[in-house]
Ligand binder design. Structure first.
Ligand SMILES: *Cc1c(COP(=O)(O)O)cnc(C)c1O
Length: 376
C-alpha cells in the first residue's frame, strides 16, 4: 500500500521534546517556541512570526486584526479549505467567492476588482500547492481600495514569489504545521506579521487579550486584560517537534522537490499527448512541492482513475469541494461573477502520493499505474 501522505520525521524530534520536558517549561512561548519564531523571521524575512495552535487560528487572528465585523465582505477563492472562510464568518463577515485560474488553481487576480464593493474589507488569497498567487497585482488592488491582504499560506512554507516568501507579502500570512503539511508539529501554525505596527495587538490577541508579552519583556510591571482575544499559543512540546523539522527544512524541501520533478518528468509524455494536465508553476514563483496533482478529462474519468489506483494499493485523493457549493458556503457567502473554472477544474484534479521520504520505487509504481490506466 502506498499512502497518500506520511507525516515528516527527521529523527531529532524526540530529543527536542525530551529537552522541552527537562526544561520544566511545556506551556507556550518557551525556548523552543522562541527558536521557531526566530527561525521563521530570519528565513522568511518578516517583522514578526507568532507560533499558533493552527493555521485556522492564525487566520482567526488575522480576521480580528483586520477588524472584520458584521456584514464586512471578504474576497477569497471558493476552491479552498473551510478555515479560510470560517475565520471571517465567525466575525460576521461575508465571504465573496471569485473564480480561480485554471493553470494554478489560485484566485484569478483579474476577477478580484470587479467584486469590490463599499463593504469590502479584505482580500484573502490561498497559495494552492505552494504556488504563489499574483501578489503584485493583488496588492495593487488592495492599495487602491484600502483593503487588508491576508495570505492563507498553509501550504506555502518555504515557497516564494519574486524572491519574497509567501506569507510575508500581504499584511498577514498564515502558515500550517499540521501533520499533512511540509513541516509539522502535529497541530499548529504561525501568524506572520509584515508591519511592526500590528505586532503588539497580535501578541495581545494571542495571549487571551492581555499584555502578558509586554510584561515578559519588562515593558509593564503587571499584566492585565486590555483587548478581546483568545488563547492561540501552542505548547512547547509541539514547538520542539517543529523546531527539529525547521532545522532540516532545506533537506525536506529538496527531497520533496526531487519527487515532484520526477513525477513531472515521467508524466510529461502523457501531457504532451493531451491525455492529462500537469501543474503549472509561473516563472515568478519558486514552489515547495507541497503537492503533485494531475488533472483528468472530467469527474467521471477522475473517479475511474481513483478507483483503479486504489485497486493497486495506491492512495490518491481529490481535494476541495468548492465552498460556494457547500451548505455553509451557500448560507454565509456568495459567488461573484461566473464559476467558469472553480467547479470544473476541482472535479478534474487528483493528488498523487507525495511526502518526505517517498521512495523512487513507490513513485515508479504510481506512475506505472497511471500510465496503465491510460493504456500506455
Ligand atoms: C491545511 C490548510 C488549512 C488549515 O490548517 P490547520 O493548521 O489544520 O488549521 C487552511 N487552509 C489551507 C489552504 C490548508 O491547506
Amino acid at each position: 500500500m502506498i499512502s497518500f501522505n506520511e507525516p515528516p520525521l527527521v529523527g531529532t524530534e524526540e530529543q527536542y521534546i525530551s529537552e522541552a520536558i527537562a526544561n520544566r517549561k511545556i506551556c507556550g512561548d518557551g525556548p523552543f517556541t522562541r527558536k521557531c519564531s526566530a527561525w521563521l523571521e530570519e528565513h522568511m524575512k518578516t517583522a514578526k512570526a507568532l507560533l499558533t495552535t493552527s493555521c485556522t487560528h492564525a487566520t482567526e487572528m488575522a480576521a480580528l486584526l483586520a477588524g472584520i465585523g458584521e456584514g464586512d465582505e471578504v474576497i477569497m477563492p471558493s476552491y479552498t479549505f473551510s478555515s479560510t472562510a470560517n475565520a471571517f464568518v465567525l466575525r460576521g463577515g461575508v465571504p465573496v467567492f471569485v473564480d480561480i485560474r485554471p493553470d494554478t488553481m489560485n484566485i484569478d487576480e483579474e476577477k478580484i476588482e470587479d467584486a469590490v464593493t463599499e463593504r469590502t474589507k479584505a482580500i484573502v488569497v490561498v497559495h494552492y500547492a505552494g504556488v504563489g498567487c499574483e501578489m503584485e497585482r493583488i496588492c495593487g488592488i488592495a492599495g487602491r481600495h484600502n483593503l487588508t491582504v491576508i495570505e492563507d499560506a498553509a501550504q506555502a512554507v518555504m515557497a516564494f514569489y519574486k524572491g519574497r516568501a509567501l506569507g510575508t507579502i500581504g499584511d498577514f500570512g498564515c502558515y500550517s504545521f499540521h501533520e499533512t503539511k511540509n513541516y509539522s508539529m502535529g497541530e499548529g501554525g504561525a501568524l506572520l506579521i509584515r508591519d511592526e505596527k500590528d505586532r503588539e495587538r497580535a501578541e495581545i490577541i494571542r495571549e487571551k487579550g492581555t499584555d502578558r508579552s509586554r510584561f515578559f519583556r519588562g515593558q509593564v510591571d503587571k499584566y492585565t486584560w486590555v483587548d478581546a482575544g483568545s488563547s492561540y499559543l501552542p505548547s512547547e512540546l509541539n514547538a520542539a517537534h517543529l523546531f527539529a523539522q525547521l532545522e532540516q527544512a532545506e533537506r525536506i524541501n529538496a527531497d520533496r522537490l526531487r519527487s515532484w520533478e520526477r513525477y513531472q518528468q515521467m508524466l510529461l509524455p502523457l501531457e504532451r499527448e493531451g491525455i492529462l494536465s500537469l501543474p503549472v508553476v509561473p516563472k515568478t514563483c519558486k514552489h515547495n512541492a507541497h503537492m503533485f496533482y494531475i488533472k483528468a478529462k472530467d469527474l467521471a474519468e477522475r473517479s475511474r482513475l481513483l478507483a483503479f489506483l486504489k485497486e493497486r494499493g495506491i492512495l490518491a485523493v481529490f481535494h476541495y469541494i468548492p465552498l460556494h457549493s457547500a451548505p455553509a458556503g451557500r448560507q454565509f457567502g456568495r459567488f461573484h461573477g461566473e464559476d467558469v473554472y472553480t467547479t470544473k477544474e476541482s472535479e478534474r484534479l487528483l493528488r498523487l502520493p507525495l511526502y518526505y521520504g517517498l521512495s523512487e520505487a513507490d513513485q515508479n509504481r504510481v506512475v506505472a499505474a497511471v500510465k496503465e490506466f491510460y493504456g500506455k
